[in-house]
Design a protein around this ligand. Structure first.
Ligand SMILES: Cc1ncc(CN)c(N)n1
Length: 223
């Protein structure tokens, strides 16, 4: 069994629960309250600023030029592709780029990015990939589920662009590249090392679920 298959099995319940979360279902059905989506957009924008840095760490930790270039491409795609989507949504809602950048991360957002940045700085390349992979892979899964199971989700006047981007082959190929890279890098690795990687993957899959729940519930600092 490939290591990525083992990881997928490990978190399949969590990812399934994510697909059933009212925020995600609301985007599929198109009845998610717009205020919830705006909260998500703003929180996700500051999340993506830190998330981009993980790809920069990937470039530093890569062991060959091809992998360095691929991480640099991912960094570029996040800053100029994925974050453009957020900037375009913000414009529609009358939110400036400055306002987006000034968003204060909620406790869960902060805990999630700090966890990944800590792994990126102190862990191996394999650990870094295992920690960030649920971000790319679970979004691709959500995009595909919404595009497949909810009629008209890809053309919805508000959430259609989100569904289209994350279900796209282009986004999927970036996720696949990372999945394949992790499979290659983990071939022949001892069980104790794989267990550490699996734990990172599980933790950030949990954070992904908590992020959806946080933007649905509010999730602000209590004091
Ligand atoms: C919280 C979160 N996780 C993942 C993704 C997909 N890059 C995202 N935009 N936001």
């Amino acid at each position: 069994m490939k290591f990525s298959e083992r990881l997928f099995q490990k978190v399949s319940d969590i990812w399934e629960k994510t697909h059933q979360h009212p925020f995600v279902v609301g985007m599929g059905k198109g009845d998610l309250p717009v205020e919830s989506f705006i909260r998500y957009m703003k929180q996700d924008y500051v999340f993506l600023i830190d998330y981009s840095k993980l790809f920069a760490f990937g470039t530093v930790k890569a062991r060959d030029i091809e992998t360095m270039a691929a991480f640099a491409k991912l960094l570029h795609e996040t800053l100029h592709g994925e974050m453009d989507l957020h900037r375009q949504y913000a414009e529609r809602f009358g939110i400036t780029n400055e306002q987006l950048e000034e968003t204060k991360p909620t406790p869960i957002n902060l805990a999630y990015t700090r966890y990944m940045l800590n792994v990126a700085q102190n862990g191996s390349l394999e650990e870094l990939i295992s920690a960030l992979l649920p971000c790319m892979w679970s979004y691709w899964e959500i995009g595909k589920v919404l595009a497949r199971d909810y009629q008209g989700a890809s053309s919805h006047y508000l959430y259609g662009e989100w569904v289209t981007m994350y279900s796209s082959d282009e986004f999927g190929s970036l996720a696949e590249w990372l999945i394949n890279l992790l499979d290659q890098l983990t071939e022949g690795k001892p069980e104790w090392e794989l267990t550490i990687l699996e734990e990172h993957f599980l933790t950030t899959s949990r954070f992904e679920y908590m992020f959806w729940d946080m933007v649905y519930q509010g999730g602000e600092w209590p004091v």
